[in-house]
Design a protein around this ligand. Structure first.
Ligand SMILES: *[C@@H]1O[C@H](CO)[C@@H](O)[C@H](O)[C@H]1NC(C)=O
Ligand SMILES: *[C@@H]1O[C@H](CO)[C@@H](O)[C@H](O)[C@H]1NC(C)=O
Ligand SMILES: *[C@@H]1O[C@H](CO)[C@@H](O)[C@H](O)[C@H]1NC(C)=O
Ligand SMILES: *[C@@H]1O[C@H](CO)[C@@H](O)[C@H](O)[C@H]1NC(C)=O
Ligand SMILES: *[C@@H]1O[C@H](CO)[C@@H](O)[C@H](O)[C@H]1NC(C)=O
Ligand SMILES: *[C@@H]1O[C@H](CO)[C@@H](O)[C@H](O)[C@H]1NC(C)=O
Ligand SMILES: *[C@@H]1O[C@H](CO)[C@@H](O)[C@H](O)[C@H]1NC(C)=O
Length: 828
């Protein structure tokens, strides 16, 4: 079998294995224009392609590289982004003419600013493509005026505006990765603006230093005096796979001044290694899309610096998916200090040959080294080992979202522990905020940043201001990193598991954790509401301590008057996308013959004498249960409620849908979902199910706001709803307890069985966060089996703790199990 067919077989096999993935659902979603997340836009009719962003250190000024212009935006105001000054920098008519004569499209000939970096306290260094003839210039950051003589931009900025590049200025010197010619086939990593004995340096033209790279990013580690470049390129060492793309990290030393005879004006410290974002038995996510540096925590050594990257796959089995991997600086350093591959110049094949080390490639301070040593480092620049991700596993995998940009922040939570928060952008225009927990990633929220999908060009995080800036072709959008006041209640605040937010019992508000000294209700790791809010889950109250119920006026619930044989549909608002809705009836079982649980959480049934009565909709999330709605279904003809309820339905509230359909009840369980029924009858109904509808209910006296998914009408009349309930009708409590206990027992049995089945199926592949050591071989060594067993033990333990925080369901072979895993007090 040749290598190609072997590869395709592997691909096919791995594709077959991959469906067992953890599903990551954002807990809440803020669609465009929702009041819970106030976005600020900047755009102007004469400004376009705002693609390069540079934030001032204090976070008050944002410099933007646009088409034919550099802008200074004042971002220190809460409500608006103000254009302070604008520098026009466009090619002359003659330049444009020449550009189009060379066969370039006129639309690509303007000056697209691609480098914008602070040079010193008074000046910015900027470079643009300038009609396919790149130029650079010094810009006064105060007045935004340009120095008179522009610099040559070759090697500093790409010619073609569609080519990616990277640039960073350290100590007044510019380090860049870009293509250095008009055709775009001479990639180079180089240093410019060096003075005195320090000369400008670039890569030698040696074969294989760079192979058609796409530059992603560069980062300086001051303690190491090194600059790291991140890019993807063709992996020639995998010569049996055609055009196999690999992701790379490469390094150069800032102290480098080139060799004396050999490697004159060339790097003597360049080395590169593969970055491997791959989990056990899976195809690698081989194409790096973006990477950000997380500096070590205060007091920790530089070696603890982490790099978080987004990777996608070259193969169609993983198309549309993306993975996040993190790499530790120590691991990168140890790969660079290891062995190097050797290129056979005749066969152009790479091999691992153990040879005598004449010098240490990648080592700083080789400028006085012998020619022999320099020749050795010139030939040996590809590290033999690959840099593997932290924990040898993927940090996060998303099957649904194609992330393109990320930025990362370390956030100190109320318990003084540090948590890593990722801000991820999808091409479809959403920002996901995820916190990394022991149990995996938890997506706290999703914010729609754009109406239309569009390529994101850059992303900048201002930690002091708590703002995120997104640059696209159309303008700049500012997104606050958190809005704690969105969570009205302590349970909502705690269930969000947002390290930025905590519940302040004194002010009875969800507040920013960084601004508060008092102890806050917060539980990032487990999201345990009962402990963090000092409150008892409604379930417990109802089931184990009915006496504790306030004996206050208990409303009988929302009154729903129906005629017999009418199809009734009761709505249940979701507490969040991770919550699970559950219907209960005080004195009878909800038989599947009579009741239809619809996908949106609502309950549908035909009104018959047996189905009249009370209905409770409960929402369970992470082991915490709250009542979302109580309904009392009554027959129309009977006199109006004997018990005057303290409840009145506000006019615009979505009503429980009743459809005057005189169908025999027997027909119901064959009925397919409400939507079809509607169209058949040509009726529209104001329903809560129209997702994207803003739903505000007052819950236990406090407000709760949330958005549900799908597009629908933005009915906000729901806002001022009266208290949905304050407690349950006491007369039904006993029965309720019995029913609840029975229900829980049934459900736990069912879930246990389901989990068992899934575990059996997924045993070969645990979720990406599992700390199993990676091994290239499919065969498990005894060590690995041991580790796997350890894993099972771990998940068992997690399963026992009702709020272990595994907020996501498990998708296995397309089957979706309950999105919330387990119910409170359910032994698994
Ligand atoms: C935060 O959320 C609250 C409640 O939805 C809203 O009134 C406020 O404007 C939001 N603030 C920001 C900065 O988005
Ligand atoms: C500039 O923006 C336009 C849309 O406004 C887009 O079509 C074009 O591709 C952008 N050019 C570059 C070089 O990004
Ligand atoms: C910053 O660099 C510019 C350009 O080289 C120079 O004119 C200016 O004097 C420098 N400013 C400071 C404070 O060094
Ligand atoms: C995912 O995003 C990358 C980079 O933005 C893009 O090149 C790729 O085509 C996208 N893949 C899918 C399936 O949308
Ligand atoms: C390198 O050699 C030159 C003279 O050959 C000497 O002046 C210089 O100090 C040496 N540098 C180092 C770092 O040893
Ligand atoms: C829905 O929102 C859009 C803008 O987002 C607005 O134009 C429209 O009037 C709103 N409709 C209702 C029914 O509130
Ligand atoms: C909660 O809703 C009530 C209306 O029922 C409103 O008056 C109040 O301002 C809301 N609370 C907050 C914090 O917005």
């Amino acid at each position: 079998m040749d290598n190609h067919s072997l590869l395709s077989l592997t691909v096919a096999l791995l594709g077959f294995l991959s469906p067992c993935l953890t599903r990551l659902t954002p807990r809440v979603s803020f669609p465009m224009g929702s009041p819970g997340r106030h976005l600020t836009h900047f755009s102007s009719h004469d400004v376009s392609n705002t693609t390069t962003l540079l934030l001032s250190e204090d976070g008050d000024m944002l410099y933007v590289g646009a088409r034919d212009a550099v802008l200074a935006l004042d971002v220190s105001h809460k409500d608006a982004i103000i254009l302070r000054s604008k520098l026009d920098w466009s090619p002359s008519e003659k330049d444009l003419e020449q550009c189009s004569m060379k066969g370039k499209k006129m639309a690509d000939c303007p000056n697209f600013i691609r480098v914008l970096q602070f040079l010193n306290t008074t000046h910015i260094y900027g470079c643009g493509t300038f009609a396919f003839s790149p130029r650079c210039t010094y810009i006064n950051s105060e007045t935004l005026t340009m120095s008179l003589k522009p610099d040559e931009g070759r090697g500093r900025c790409p010619y073609d505006p569609y080519q990616r590049n990277t640039a960073i200025i350290v100590d007044g010197e510019l380090y860049t990765g870009t293509v250095a010619d008009y055709r775009g086939n001479r990639p180079v990593i180089s240093r410019h603006l060096s003075e005195g004995r320090r000369v400008d340096l670039k890569l030698d033209d040696t074969l294989g230093w760079l192979e058609d790279p796409t530059f992603i990013s560069s980062s300086v580690i001051p303690d190491e005096e090194k600059i790291y470049f991140f890019f993807s390129e063709v992996g020639r060492e995998y010569d049996f796979i055609d055009k196999f793309i690999v992701s790379r990290v490469s390094q150069i030393c800032m102290s480098d001044v080139g060799g004396q005879r050999t490697l004159q004006r060339r790097w003597t410290t360049f080395a590169k290694a593969q970055l491997l974002c791959q989990a056990d038995n899976e195809l690698p996510y081989n194409v790096i899309q973006d990477i950000d540096t997380l500096p070590p925590a205060e007091g920790a050594p530089a070696d603890d610096t982490l790099f978080y990257g987004i990777f996608t796959s070259q193969w169609s089995v993983n198309s549309g998916r993306s993975a996040v991997c993190s790499f530790r600086l120590t691991d990168i350093k140890s790969v660079f200090s290891g062995n190097y591959k050797v290129l056979n110049r005749d066969t152009l094949q790479w091999s691992t040959r153990v040879q005598e080390k004449v010098a240490n490639p990648g080592e700083c301070g080789l400028h006085n080294a012998s020619d022999n040593a320099l020749r050795f480092v010139k030939e040996n620049f590809l590290a033999d080992d690959s840099v593997r991700p932290v924990g040898r596993s993927l940090t996060m995998v998303s099957a649904e979202h194609n992330y393109s940009h990320l930025t990362v922040q370390r956030v100190q939570a109320a318990n003084n522990r540090d948590y890593t928060v990722l801000f991820l952008l999808t091409e479809s225009g959403y920002m996901h905020k995820a916190v990394l927990l022991q149990s995996g990633a938890h997506i706290i929220e999703e914010v729609q940043v754009f109406e239309q999908p569009q390529p994101i060009k850059s992303l900048k995080l201002s930690i002091p201001k708590g703002m995120l800036y997104v640059g696209t072709s159309d303008g700049v959008v500012r997104v606050p990193t958190a809005n704690c006041s969105f969570y009205w209640t302590c349970p909502q605040c705690v269930l969000a598991r947002d390290p930025f937010c905590g519940w302040d019992p004194a002010s009875r508000a969800c507040v920013a954790a960084s601004n508060t000294q008092t102890s806050l209700g917060q539980d990032i790791d487990r999201g345990n509401v009962e402990e963090a809010c000092n409150s008892v889950s409604l379930t417990h109250r109802a089931r184990f301590g009915p006496n504790k119920l306030p004996a206050a006026s208990c409303p009988a619930g929302e009154l729903v008057s129906v005629s017999l044989n009418e199809v009734v549909r009761l709505q249940c608002p979701a507490a969040s996308r991770l919550s699970q809705q559950l219907w209960e009836r005080p004195n009878s079982r909800l038989s599947p013959d009579l009741y239809l649980h619809l996908e949106d959480g609502s309950l549908s049934f035909v009104a018959t004498p047996t189905t009249l009565g009370h209905y409770l909709c409960l929402s369970t999330e992470n082991g915490y249960q709250q009542t979302m709605a109580i309904y009392q279904v009554k027959q129309k003809s009977s006199p109006v409620a004997q018990t005057p309820t303290s409840y009145t339905r506000p006019p615009a509230r979505p009503k429980p849908t009743t459809q005057a359909e005189a169908r025999p009840g027997s027909g119901l369980h064959t009925s397919v979902g409400p939507k079809r029924t509607e169209t058949r009858q040509g009726k529209t109904e104001p329903t809560l199910s129209s997702r994207d509808t803003q739903v505000t209910t007052r819950q236990l006296g406090r407000n709760l706001t949330l958005w549900t998914e799908e597009s629908g009408q933005n009915d906000s009349g729901f806002r001022d709803g009266e208290p949905l309930l304050s407690a349950r009708a006491p007369s039904y409590l006993k029965e309720l307890v019995v029913v609840s206990v029975l229900l829980v027992l049934c459900l736990s049995l069912l879930i246990t069985m389901l989990l068992y089945v899934i575990r059996q199926r997924c045993r070969s592949r645990t979720a990406p966060q599992a700390g199993t050591p990676t091994s290239d071989s499919d065969r498990r060594t005894p060590v690995e089996q041991e580790a796997l067993r350890g894993n099972q033990f771990l998940s068992k333990r997690n399963g026992q703790a009702p709020r272990s925080g595994q907020a996501s369901g498990l998708v296995c072979n397309g089957a979706l199990t309950g999105s919330n895993g387990h119910l409170p007090n359910t032994p698994i």
